[in-house]
Each structure stands twice: as structure tokens, then as C-alpha cells.
Design a protein around this ligand. Structure first.
Ligand SMILES: Cc1cc2nc3c(=O)[nH]c(=O)nc-3n(C[C@H](O)[C@H](O)[C@H](O)COP(=O)(O)OP(=O)(O)OC[C@H]3O[C@@H](n4cnc5c(N)ncnc54)[C@H](O)[C@@H]3O)c2cc1C
Length: 369
């Protein structure tokens, strides 16, 4: 085993593995440590947007149709109304089981010769080393990819953050053939359900709400259409919970330590963008490590987060406002191009400037609906 490396990544979730792969692609010697054992599962909507798939491709990761299920756009459903839009340029998103994605990323990392250390919790860092109990590995760069409750963030004094909108989420899989080629977001009076097919016989259903006692089976009563779809379908995974937040950090690097993924800030699960952001951040970070310029990483990181943060803000405006949900869907039905363009913005295919025009049209539509 090495006692020194160029890059040490703390946390081997999707962000950590992506960071490791990108750094290795830039020629660095890389080690990763994670306290858990693969394949690592986590509560997630398990939808990858087209921009996330493109970033994965640049990491040399391809997701075989055998292990995934495509979706061609997004559908919103609320109070008996439904609107949907395709992704621009005939692009597709992919539903993929979290454990499958983890396995594929792990295989890619192993194939590049990355030193992967599972069941290995990092217990501290110093200016030039990572500590795992009594083992100490020297590292030129230390990457904190240890998730939303990051200890690396605290150890390196980067804990100055603003947290907005903390919500509780649960996910479960149902054995039922996909009934749609869209990813569905069902809007209820005080919660949302995200639904994506992850294989040709499994649907992933995730719930998000402000009520930490609300569970999927109880929440389904407020979503009769979805409840009917799932009626009698065997449950094919254990219910898993998580907290979803929108959290922005003042700084994401100090000295030779940089943060990535949820450790570096989060966007609400409703955007379906957390994974995509991590993969894009990984590519930028590796480039900045090569030039030794973490200031640029911080700038690029901010730029990448802007779009998902804006979309999270827009979508969360509808949370717990059933009348506004209904009126918004009515406007989208009357002016489907607005929904199409919002979706195009969401996946980075149009600029925020054109959104401003749609925003005005939507605002006018809401006033007059
Ligand atoms: C309900 C829900 C639904 C979501 N749906 C989607 C979606 O549909 N699409 C999407 O793109 N995103 C979605 N997201 C967001 C996405 O799940 C996260 O952005 C993503 O998991 C971030 O990955 P990460 O690697 O940064 O963190 P994590 O996945 O949390 O990984 C952190 C890793 O660090 C390890 N670790 C922690 N501390 C240490 C330590 N001291 N030493 C060693 N290892 C350590 C942990 O074991 C863990 O494996 C959703 C999130 C939620 C909560």
C-alpha cells in the first residue's frame, strides 16, 4: 500500500468516485477511502438528466441499457392536471439504481488503477496528510467528498454556509412495468413524489416533504393517480430516508483541501441535479488541480450551481401552494412552449436570458389564469 499519493479523496460516493476518475484521467496518482462497503446505497430519485449523462461520458463511464431505463422528458401532475415536455434535441435521461451506478463508477475507478479503500473511515486531516486511525497517507491534494454532513468541511474551517429549505425524503422501489417514458413529478398539497423507471420492471418512487413523520405509504393517499398505478405492486426494496436541503457555502477550498458533491453545497432533490452537478464539478476540479488553481475551481463551481439553484427556487415556490400548482399547470397547458423551455434551461440547453422572457409570460399567465 502507498504511504503517499498525489490526490486523496475522502468519501467514495458518486462525487468522490467521479473526482477520483477525473483526477486520474489528468495523470494524478489517486487514492479513495470510504467508511462504507460497496455497492453503497442512498435515498435518491435515481434519475440522471441528459447533462449528467454527458458529464459521465467525459469520465469514460457509459451506462449500458441492460442496467438502466431511459426517460425522454418530464411530466408534472397536480389535481387531475398533467403537462409534459420532452428534453431538447431528442436527448434522454436515465433511471438507474443507485447501487448499480455505484458499482459502475467503482469498476471504472478500479480499471484506472485508483487505490480504493473501503470500510476505511478517515479520522482526520493535517496540512499534507490524511489520517485513518493510526494509518497516515501523505497527499499533495485532499478532496472532501464525504457528503452533506461533511467532516472534512469542518476540519478545514469551510463550515460557513447558508442552509435553506430542509426537507425529509424517502424512497422505495415497486415491481411494476413502467407506464410512462417520462420522469414524473406528482405535486400534492404538502409533498411531492418523483417517479422514475430504473429497469423495465422496477419503478423508483421518492417522496419529499417538510413533515419528518410522513412515510410513503401514508403519503400515497394524497396522490390517488399514483396510488392506483402502484396498487398491488410488490415492494422491491427497503424504504430509505434522507434529508434534502439547499445549502450554499461561502468557500469550497482552503490551501490544498477542496470540497465536491454534497460536501460542497446541495440543491433540493426536486431538481434531480445533485449527481449531475457532482460529475461536472469533478471534471472542473481535476482541470484546476492540474493547473494548481483552486480559486478557479471555486468560480466554476459557483457558475455550475447557479442553474440548479434557480430551478430549485422556482420549483419550491410551488411547494405547499396547491392553488399556485394548479394555476401554473394551467398556464403550461395553454403555453406548452414555456414548460419546454424551462426544461431546456434545466438541462443547460438554453440561457437564463430566454428564461426571463418565459418568466414574464408565466407571471402574466398566472395573474390572468
Ligand atoms: C431524496 C433524494 C432524491 C435525490 N434524487 C436525485 C436524482 O434523482 N438525481 C440526482 O442527480 N440527484 C438526486 N439527489 C441528490 C444526490 O443523491 C446527491 O447529490 C449525491 O448523493 C451526492 O453524492 P456525494 O458523493 O456528494 O455524497 P454521498 O452520496 O452522501 O457520499 C458520501 C460518501 O462519503 C462517505 N464518508 C462520509 N464520511 C466519511 C469519512 N469520515 N471517511 C470516509 N468516508 C466517509 C460516506 O460513506 C458516503 O459513501 C437526491 C437526493 C435525495 C436526498
Amino acid at each position: 500500500m502507498l504511504d503517499s499519493t498525489d490526490v486523496f479523496v475522502i468519501g467514495g460516493g458518486p462525487a468522490g468516485l467521479a473526482a477520483a476518475i477525473a483526477a486520474r484521467q489528468q495523470g494524478f496518482a489517486v487514492a479513495v477511502a470510504d467508511g462504507a462497503e460497496p455497492p453503497i446505497d442512498k435515498a435518491c430519485g435515481e434519475g440522471l438528466m441528459p447533462d449528467g449523462i454527458a458529464a459521465l461520458r467525459r469520465l469514460g463511464v457509459t451506462l449500458s441499457p441492460q442496467y438502466t431505463h431511459p426517460f425522454s422528458g418530464i411530466r408534472f401532475l397536480a389535481s387531475g392536471l398533467s403537462v409534459d415536455a420532452p428534453f431538447p434535441n431528442n436527448a434522454s435521461g436515465l433511471g438507474v439504481r443507485r447501487t448499480t451506478l455505484h458499482r459502475i463508477l467503482t469498476e471504472r475507478a478500479a480499471s484506472l488503477g485508483i487505490d480504493l479503500r473501503w470500510r476505511t473511515a478517515v479520522t482526520g486531516i493535517s496540512s499534507d496528510a490524511v489520517h485513518m486511525g493510526r494509518t497516515r497517507i501523505r497527499a499533495r491534494w485532499i478532496i472532501g467528498a464525504d457528503g452533506g454532513t461533511s467532516r472534512v468541511r469542518r476540519w478545514s474551517g469551510l463550515d460557513g454556509y447558508r442552509r435553506r429549505n430542509c426537507r425529509y425524503a424517502f424512497r422505495q422501489h415497486y415491481r411494476v412495468a413502467p407506464w410512462t417514458d417520462r420522469m414524473e413529478i406528482h405535486w400534492g398539497p404538502s409533498a411531492q413524489m418523483y417517479v422514475a423507471a430504473v429497469t423495465n420492471k422496477d419503478m423508483c418512487v421518492a417522496l419529499a416533504s417538510h413533515d419528518q413523520t410522513l412515510r410513503l405509504d401514508e403519503a400515497l393517499r394524497s396522490f390517488p393517480e399514483l396510488r392506483d398505478r402502484l396498487a398491488g405492486a410488490p415492494i422491491s426494496s427497503a424504504e430509505k430516508g434522507a434529508i434534502t436541503t439547499t445549502c450554499t457555502l461561502k468557500r469550497i477550498y482552503r490551501g490544498n483541501v477542496a470540497l465536491i458533491g454534497d460536501a460542497s453545497g446541495t440543491v433540493d432533490a426536486i431538481t434531480g441535479e445533485g449527481l449531475c452537478l457532482s460529475f461536472s464539478q469533478a471534471l472542473v476540479l481535476a482541470d484546476c488541480l492540474r493547473s494548481g488553481d483552486l480559486r478557479r475551481y471555486q468560480q466554476e463551481h459557483r457558475r455550475l450551481a447557479l442553474r440548479p439553484q434557480l430551478m430549485a427556487h422556482l420549483m419550491l415556490t410551488l411547494d405547499r401552494r396547491p392553488r399556485l400548482q394548479r394555476r401554473t399547470l394551467q398556464v403550461f397547458r395553454r403555453r406548452p412552449e414555456i414548460f419546454r423551455r424551462l426544461l431546456a434551461l434545466h438541462v443547460g440547453a438554453v440561457s437564463p436570458v430566454s428564461l426571463a422572457i418565459d418568466g414574464l409570460t408565466l407571471g402574466w399567465g398566472l395573474l390572468t389564469a
